[in-house]
Write a protein that binds this ligand. Structure first.
Ligand SMILES: Cc1ncc(COP(=O)(O)O)c(C=O)c1O
Length: 447
């Protein structure tokens, strides 16, 4: 339809065909679309004006809540002031300001930031930096990358190669060569209904020693893990696991990358999971919460030694042949700075830590509900495993998501037959109760 003849402000599209909705069953979605036209605070609103309480911070993004005035104002002002300067060979002040603010939040000497636009790009950037780092130090044989089963690191070829979610990998050929995987850390028999970090499983980190024995340390560049696997159904790290992984990496000169795209910016009650666990990775990938989901932005935080290793050779020559047209886009930087102000001024990371106990108790209150096989919690995150229908894996959780949205005014995420919850960090205690009350009703309905 020509633009001029379109209705001025259509609240509902009348043709859903053209848009291929990502990571979504398109035919089912287009029969009963879940559309959102507005958001504020803890709520989304449908085209009919129905409020939907946000149990998932969008997709683990909107930690400051929705459409926060200071963030909206910062984006509007930036759009009016500077649209876009080249990201290579030129820059703008807010890029440096945001990098300094993020570096100050990160622990230890994680004090340099490389900006990207998505978690997938951040992961590919971190993997490439790991390879290049060993290269510039004269250890180019360190070319292998180690991920973990059930890991999610986005959808680039690097990310799916080190990732461990079968459906995300099996259609896409052979991916990167030279990748191996640690075992995942979930064992329902040993860990079911654990609040926080499970007691069992630290020894699974020792599998890295086996992988090193197989390939030799001189061939391994980096290990990448999510401190808490998110997208695969919320797998908190067993007590002591991350410490053990760090020690084995140190022993063999292997870089350790924490993918904190979900766990960054307060989700676990600290700025980064690295701080919660007192474990220093060599790089942290971040995205989502950095702008509270308002403008795409992501990046890698690197230890000083990694950045310094590249600062050699003639000064007019580019040190790292990598970057994106929209690295450190002004809109994203303005949004990021305003978002970090909100986190600081409203003490939202501390708030998440303070609410963790109440959140976990509310989640565990659903233990015993028919069809619930396990519940896991960590920070302001919870996952509920539902028993699968014999003939249709994933259908029960899919039905629960549909019913939650259309009938109960609740949004959450699903993966397989697991419901995942991760609300904005501004959630109140009453809203925690409301969410789990609704989740309980939905689970009973789909049983
Ligand atoms: C741990 C982790 N890494 C990477 C990504 C990919 O991020 P994006 O979808 O922004 O590419 C995600 C997305 O959920 C994630 O959870």
């Amino acid at each position: 339809m020509p633009l001029a003849t379109r209705p001025l402000a259509p609240s509902v599209p009348n043709d859903l065909e053209a848009f291929w909705v990502p990571f979504t069953p398109n035919r089912a979605f287009k029969k009963a679309p879940r559309l959102i036209v507005r958001a504020k605070g803890m709520h989304y609103y449908t085209p009919e004006g129905k409020p939907i309480i946000d149990g998932s911070a969008g997709m683990w993004c909107c930690n400051a809540g929705h459409n926060r005035d200071p963030i909206v104002a910062a984006i509007q002002q930036q759009a009016a002031e500077l649209d876009y300067p080249p990201a290579f060979q030129f820059s703008h002040p807010k890029a440096f300001e945001l990098a300094s603010r993020i570096a100050a939040l990160a622990p230890g000497d994680l004090d340099h930031v490389f900006f990207c636009n998505s978690g997938s790009e951040a992961v590919d950037t971190a993997l490439k930096v790991a390879l290049a780092y060993h290269n510039v130090r004269g250890e180019a044989s360190r070319a292998r990358l180690i991920g973990r089963e059930r890991g999610y690191h986005g959808v680039g070829f690097g990310g799916i190669s080190v990732g461990g979610i079968v459906a995300n990998r099996k259609m896409f050929g052979t991916m990167l060569a030279g990748v191996d995987h640690l075992p995942h850390t979930y064992n329902r028999e040993k860990q079911a209904f654990s609040k926080g970090e499970p007691e069992w499983g630290a020894h699974l980190a020792d599998d890295l020693d086996r992988i090193v024995a197989l390939h030799d340390a001189s061939t391994i560049a980096a290990v990448i893990v999510e401190p808490m696997s998110g997208s695969t159904g919320v797998l908190p790290p067993p007590k002591g696991y991350l410490e053990r992984l760090r020690a084995i990496c140190d022993k063999h000169g292997i870089l350790l990358i924490f993918d904190e795209v979900i766990t960054g910016f307060g989700r676990l009650g600290t700025a980064f999971a690295a701080e919660r666990y007192g474990v220093m990775p060599d790089m942290i990938t971040f995205a989502k919460g950095v702008t509270s989901g308002t403008v795409p932005m992501a990046g890698v935080i690197l230890r000083k030694g990694i950045y310094d290793a590249f600062m050699r050779g003639p000064e007019h020559v580019i040190e790292l042949f990598h970057g994106y047209t929209y690295s450190a886009h002004p809109l994203a930087c303005a949004a990021g700075i305003a978002t970090l102000d909100v986190y600081r001024d409203e003490k939202l990371f501390e708030r998440a830590a303070a609410l963790e106990g109440k959140w976990a108790d509310a989640a565990m209150s659903l233990k015993g509900t028919p069809g619930v096989l396990d519940i896991r919690t960590l920070g302001l995150v919870a996952a509920i495993d539902l028993s699968s229908r014999p003939d249709a894996y994933g259908k029960r959780a899919y039905d629960s998501m549909e019913k939650a949205f259309h009938e109960h005014g609740l949004m959450f995420r699903i993966t397989g037959d697991t419901i995942a919850l991760s609300p904005p960090l501004i959630i109140s205690e009453n809203e925690i109760g409301e969410i789990f009350d609704k989740v309980g009703k939905v689970i009973r309905q789909v049983n």
